[in-house]
Write a protein that binds this ligand. Structure first.
Ligand code: GRG
Length: 367
């Protein structure tokens, strides 16, 4: 879609809304994401070939290629290109980040963690392959991610590649995803015992569990794209804000959207007594905070050429507007589901679980 939306077909209201950014830049955002997504899907499929032991690789590919929104790879590519870099230089890192994200979802869904049956609109990895295989597939994806960046990144100086590997390592470990997950687990149910989690603790959980990987995606893109230290710092701030906004929106969706719309079980946070933005601050205030964070993120981009910054602006808007806008009219939903049915065999198989997570790219693939 055009940011100045003139070439958008009249039936694309949902997607059009996503791309209208407060800039005069003229980019066709749907086309941009469609192209990036196609390249990412191909690169992901190539990154984990089917080989011996077949069932392990099948299990890795099952979750990796299950049709996520690919926000992290998209952010890495958009940041790289905004500072003047090339897609092919950042693509191995973009894939690695999606491998790490996927492994965190596989492990998060395990019975000893969140115990979920559905993810990305399909049964969770352990439901299909068993718990042992799900744990090992996650482990294999995690180690493969680091190998993949080191082995496959071409066209960037070795010190930049090393910096990215170190950043990715930090964002995954005890100061990143794992740290956030641990504090999340420790905080679960505290409110029910009369010890409510503080807003600072909630921010820590969100910034580490969810924000860290989104931030690393943007910063890695800026590093590999040859951005200056100032670019890297500015984009780091953009990414911190969208990372936090992403999780605030996720919290809002958990208590407002349906399981079909989410592609995973809705209402789980409330059911297990998790602290969330809506539970601490209420829905309205949570939405206000999400808006403010997205505005802050976009402000960081105001020094760049609007056309070059347009993909990152569009992605920031997507994180807020489209993920929060959960219930289209029945007519609109039926239209998108028809598009989905046309689009993939996976969708035909699971056409009862037409998740919001999948609709955006289904649209893009058909326009
Ligand atoms: C990384 C070593 C290591 C362990 C993992 C389980 C765990 C430790 C951390 C949990 C991290 C987690 C699941 C955070 C939630 C992040 C989140 C909001 C996921 C949803 O992301 P989307 O909406 O999903 O981008 P898709 O499916 O579109 O990719």
């Amino acid at each position: 879609m055009k940011i100045s939306s003139s070439s958008v077909s009249s039936s694309s209201q949902t997607i059009k809304a996503m791309a209208i950014a407060d800039t005069n830049a003229e980019i066709d955002f749907a086309k941009y994401v469609k192209e990036k997504n196609a390249a990412i899907e191909q690169a992901l499929s190539d990154s984990v070939p089917t080989m011996y032991p077949e069932r392990l690789h099948e299990s890795m590919r099952y979750s990796l290629l299950a049709g996520g929104k690919r926000i992290r790879p998209c952010l890495a590519i958009a940041a790289c290109e905004m500072v003047g870099g090339k897609q092919e230089v950042v693509m191995p890192t973009a894939c690695a980040l999606e491998m790490i994200h996927t492994m965190s979802l596989i492990h998060d869904d395990l019975p000893m963690m969140d115990n979920d049956d559905f993810r990305r609109g399909v049964p969770t990895n352990h439901k299909v392959y068993g718990e042992e295989m799900a744990i090992l597939a996650g482990d294999a994806l995690l180690s493969h991610a680091f190998e993949y960046i080191a082995r496959e990144t071409k066209g960037a100086p070795a010190e930049k590649i090393l910096r990215v590997i170190a950043d990715v390592g930090k964002c995954v470990g005890s100061e990143g995803l794992v740290g956030g997950q641990v504090v999340d687990i420790e905080s679960e149910g505290l409110a029910m015992e009369g010890k409510p989690v503080s807003l600072d603790t909630l921010k820590y959980i969100h910034a580490h569990k969810t924000g860290a990987l989104l931030e690393t995606a943007v910063v890695s893109g800026a590093i590999l794209g040859g951005g200056s230290e100032e670019d890297i710092e500015r984009l780091g701030k953009y990414a911190y804000d969208i990372g936090l906004a992403f999780q605030v929106v996720d919290d809002i969706l958990d208590c407002t959207a349906t399981s079909e719309e989410l592609g995973k079980t809705a209402g789980k946070d409330v059911a297990v007594g998790k602290a969330t933005y809506p539970s601490l601050l209420g829905l309205e205030e949570s939405q206000r905070i999400a808006d403010e964070l997205i505005k802050g993120a976009k402000d960081q981009l105001s020094v760049y050429d609007p056309k070059k910054a347009a993909p990152l602006i569009g992605l920031a808007d997507y994180i807020k507007t489209e993920r929060i806008k959960k219930r289209e009219s029945d007519e609109e939903r039926e239209r998108v589901v028809r598009i989905e049915r046309k689009t993939t065999t996976r969708t035909e198989t699971y056409n009862h679980t037409y998740s919001r997570k999948f609709l955006f790219f289904a649209y893009c693939n058909n326009n």
